[in-house]
Design a protein around this ligand. Structure first.
Ligand SMILES: Cc1cc2nc3c(=O)[nH]c(=O)nc-3n(C[C@H](O)[C@H](O)[C@H](O)COP(=O)(O)OP(=O)(O)OC[C@H]3O[C@@H](n4cnc5c(N)ncnc54)[C@H](O)[C@@H]3O)c2cc1C
Length: 415
């Protein structure tokens, strides 16, 4: 009989298991994949942006839902605690632009391995290739789990407490396939509708095929929902066969996805020259033209203003042939060009599904969980941690901090 069984060896599960074991509990950590922390290992493009060093008020602003609920777990184990934790466990860290914290080695594996070693050092028993299939309860009190072991046999294991840390449903290849929602729902919990967040957005722009592989830095993007400004972001945007991505597009994606689900009209308006006013841009274009040979083409002017892939889409958008001589370009056409450079419109018609979404929005309703302990308000001895909860945040290290803070609090097994 264990004191606690933790389901899922991701960021939240490992933190919860190690915290409980450190406090003298007998802990069994069950993981259905062949190794721990698969999602951490691919996080931050393989570099793992493990937290964000911003002060608490700013940190809270990045939490997109249930920020008050999360505040308690964050106060117990905040971003500074996360930084201290990994440095004490031998991982040197550095802070980059936007206060994002990464391992100095540039290797996400160091974060996953440090957590795993911390679990083992504190006496957590970890079993892999072991899929939990259900949670055993009697009189609204947990007493264990059923699982399928690596040989495919159904078994049960008893414990006084169970922590569900099964993650969401995004990137299911890492092991998070939404099992925790089923367990919670079976035990009477409400699951807030799950949908992809921090996910590429798909556009119906007629020239989108030319934009594959394009990266735009330092752009300003405005998300409009039913023609009203819903969000504005500054930074990087890229285009791929998955859709429009990059930090800016991902950050606005949460609102865009919700609006599309509600069948609202969504568009993304990109200002490629946010540092220049229309007047200054006009003067700059006139200067460029003056320095060009009269028999050079309009496309060569565009090439001076935007990356190569954008030349044809912009020429199409303006309905000016890219092979027009520069000497024939009128002031009226320059003004039209400026309008496009400072506000190219991408109608957003769809979004990339869960396998491409960095996080899952929605999950176990936080009102049915005690925010001071992470214990279920419906079933005694049942706890939740990490992305399985209805908690999600912007890019920037906030989502892993959600996993660490809620994992730590759940692992304290407070009653
Ligand atoms: C590509 C990508 C990049 C990301 N980069 C960042 C980043 O740089 N910074 C950041 O803050 N966030 C990032 N995130 C988000 C962040 O990684 C997640 O929010 C976080 O890992 C969630 O942790 P978790 O422990 O709740 O869930 P997970 O990490 O998903 O862990 C859940 C674990 O439970 C196991 N499991 C599920 N069901 C069962 C079952 N029935 N039985 C046994 N085990 C089970 C799974 O196999 C998995 O190991 C990224 C996500 C992705 C997909």
């Amino acid at each position: 009989m264990y004191d606690v069984i933790v389901i899922g060896a991701g960021a939240a599960g490992m933190m919860a298991a190690a915290t409980a074991a450190r406090n003298g509990k007998q802990v069994l950590l069950m993981e259905k994949m062949e190794k721990a922390g698969r999602k951490i290992r691919i996080s931050g493009k393989g570099r793992c942006n493990l937290t964000n060093a911003r002060p608490p008020e700013e940190f809270k602003e990045a939490i997109r839902v249930n920020a008050d609920f999360f505040e308690v777990a964050f106060a117990e184990f905040n971003n500074k605690a996360t930084i201290r934790f990994f440095e004490r466990n031998g991982v040197k860290l550095e802070i980059e632009r936007g206060q994002r914290v990464f391992p100095k080695s540039g290797k996400a594996w160091d974060i996953a391995n440090a957590l795993m070693e911390y679990c083992l050092d504190n006496g957590v028993e970890i079993v892999y290739n072991t899929r939990v299939t259900g949670i055993l309860t009697m009189n609204d009190k947990v007493y264990g789990v059923t699982y399928v072991n690596k040989r495919g046999f159904e078994r049960k294991e008893e414990a006084e407490n169970v922590i569900i840390a099964t993650g969401g449903v995004s990137y299911p290849g890492t092991g998070s396939t939404g099992d925790g929602y089923i367990f919670a729902n079976d035990l009477g919990h409400t699951i807030e509708e799950v949908r992809p967040s921090l996910t590429p957005l798909r556009t119906s722009h007629p020239q989108k095929k030319y934009l594959d592989g394009l990266l735009l830095k330092n752009v300003n993007a405005k998300l409009y929902i039913d023609n009203e400004l819903a969000r504005e972001e500054f930074g990087e945007i890229s285009f791929s066969d998955r859709g429009i991505e990059g930090a800016v597009a991902l950050r606005v994606s949460r609102d865009a996805v919700d609006a599309l689900i509600e069948e609202k009209k969504v568009k993304l308006v990109i200002d490629m020259k946010p540092a220049l006013t229309e007047e200054i841009l006009f003067e700059r274009i006139k200067r460029e033209i003056a320095e060009m040979q009269p028999d050079e083409f309009f496309s060569e002017l565009l090439r001076k203003l935007v990356p190569k892939n954008f030349v044809i889409p912009i020429a199409h958008e303006l309905d000016i042939h890219s092979k027009n001589y520069i000497r024939k370009v009128t002031d009226e056409e320059i003004y039209r060009l400026i309008k496009v450079l400072k506000g190219m419109v991408f109608p957003i018609t769809d979004y990339a599904p869960f396998p491409f979404a960095v996080v899952t929005a929605g999950g176990v309703n936080c009102e049915e969980v005690n925010k001071f302990t992470m214990e279920s308000l419906k079933v005694k001895g049942l706890y939740f941690a990490g992305e399985v909860l209805d908690l999600d945040a912007n890019t920037g290290g906030y989502n892993l901090q959600i996993a660490f803070s809620t994992g730590h609090l759940a692992g304290l097994l407070k009653k």
